[in-house]
Design a protein around this ligand. Structure first.
Ligand code: 2P0
Length: 411
């Protein structure tokens, strides 16, 4: 042991947070399962961490005997392949960067790691928890080891969509061409400050499907769903080869010009095409339910009433709707959602997150929409906006691991 090591603290600890992202051009299908290389590029909006985030503490110490991980309060299996890929890649980059003299960081590398991660939202509710989770893990480990390389390549190997959570604002994941995947990276298209009027509403549905006991579980996971789609859907191949390349360009241009109409229409078309490829999969995959479809009707009828595209929906591998709109339209649209999906009177707060002003809803608009109300169809709305990428938490009181390297007991 040299003098530097003697002076080192026993445990080095870093805590970071990372955001959720919601794609407006969807990723569905891999050309390489191990490296997680997609069959098409995709583009997403990073949501604000005030409402949706993962927090991760990573610690390393010579006192630790093995790598360990706790997710949302429960110890999980550390040897799962995607987790191991991220750990291996970060350690490799850290080693590459170290100069021979820098023995303190070299010894950090020889130590075992403890990881503790929590989400501030339900894990399997279709809110891309794996994206925020792997982005946060990779960012935290990189800060721990002082790695400054292109980290989206590492996050991608945890979960494809995670690479897009490495940046704030509007982010594209370029599919790349190389077999080794080093050109399959995320890139910021515009920062979070670019389009301040843009707003996001996450509509969390109450869904109780036959045979589905838990209200929060997805029926077919993304990883296996997209494998089946790649094998069986001709529509998916057509989409990847002939639709997405031009759509990416149109979407980037719409974002740069802050052209909401084009942004919204492409977002809805792309969500619908993704769900069409799910239906074209054999056996077919159904992510939308009756309530999702009512939300789709509500959005189209609302836009029709105003003869203007004011609101857009998008759906991922689950029935929850994510709505993009501009701030001026939020109060009335939220009121419309509340009218057509009346919440339980004692069901707690219906709108969470950013404040939404009360707004009148005209009888004429209600009549024009003309949907039969679905009581309790929507559990709650999360009102949020575009947000920044991963951040380091400076306050050491907020570490999720105690000085002993074990998760702190929640108060
Ligand atoms: C997306 N989704 O672009 C699309 C739209 C779901 C529907 O990225 O196998 O969890 O870990 O790479 O990233 C979900 O896929 O899948 C996803 P893996 P991931 O957001």
């Amino acid at each position: 042991m040299n003098s530097k090591e003697v002076n080192m603290p026993e445990t080095t600890m870093i805590t970071c947070t990372a955001p959720v992202n919601i794609a407006v051009i969807k990723y569905w299908g891999k050309r390489d399962e191990e490296l997680i290389l997609p069959i098409n590029s995709s583009l997403s909006v990073t949501l604000h961490q005030d409402q949706l985030k993962t927090t991760t503490t990573v610690a390393c110490s010579r006192k630790f005997h093995e790598d360990r991980i706790w997710l949302n309060g429960k110890e999980e299996y550390i040897n799962q392949p995607r987790l191991q890929s991220c750990l291996r890649e970060i350690r490799r980059l850290a080693r590459k960067r170290r100069s021979e003299e820098d023995s303190s960081s070299k010894s950090l590398l020889s130590h075992r790691i403890h990881i503790c991660s929590v989400n501030n939202f339900p894990t399997a509710a279709g809110l891309a928890s794996s994206a925020a989770g792997y982005a946060c893990l990779v960012y935290s480990l990189a800060r721990l080891f002082g790695v400054e390389a292109e980290l989206s390549v590492v996050a991608r190997q945890g979960s494809g969509s995670a690479c897009r959570s490495m940046y704030g604002g509007f982010v594209q994941w370029k599919m790349g061409e190389r077999q080794d995947g080093i050109d399959s990276v995320a890139e910021q298209v515009a920062p979070e400050s670019h389009w301040p009027e843009l707003r996001v509403l996450v509509l969390v549905l109450i869904y109780i499907v036959c045979f589905q006991v838990s209200a929060e579980r997805k029926p077919v996971g993304s990883t296996s769903g997209m494998q089946t789609s790649v094998k069986t859907s001709e529509l998916l191949k057509h989409r990847a080869d002939s639709v997405v390349p031009a759509r990416m360009e149109e979407m980037i241009s719409a974002i740069q010009r802050k052209d909401f109409r084009t942004f919204a229409e492409l977002t809805m078309k792309d969500s619908n095409q993704f769900h069409a490829t799910c239906l074209d999969t054999c056996p077919p995959i159904f992510y939308l339910n009756d309530i999702s479809r009512k939300v789709i009707s509500l959005v189209h009828r609302y836009n029709q009433y105003y003869k203007e595209t004011r609101v857009a929906y998008t759906f991922d591998a689950g029935p929850n709707a994510v709505i993009y709109t501009l701030q001026d339209h939020v109060p009335e649209f939220v009121q419309a959602v509340q009218h057509f999906f009346p919440p339980e009177s004692n069901g707690g707060q219906f709108v969470k997150g950013d404040d939404v002003a009360a707004a009148p809803l005209s009888e004429e608009l209600i009549q024009a929409i003309g949907i039969e109300p679905v009581p309790k169809g929507i559990s709650y709305i999360i009102s949020t906006k575009v947000g920044p990428g991963p951040c380091m938490v400076e306050d050491s009181d907020l570490h999720l691991l105690g000085p002993d390297g074990l998760p702190k007991k929640s108060p």
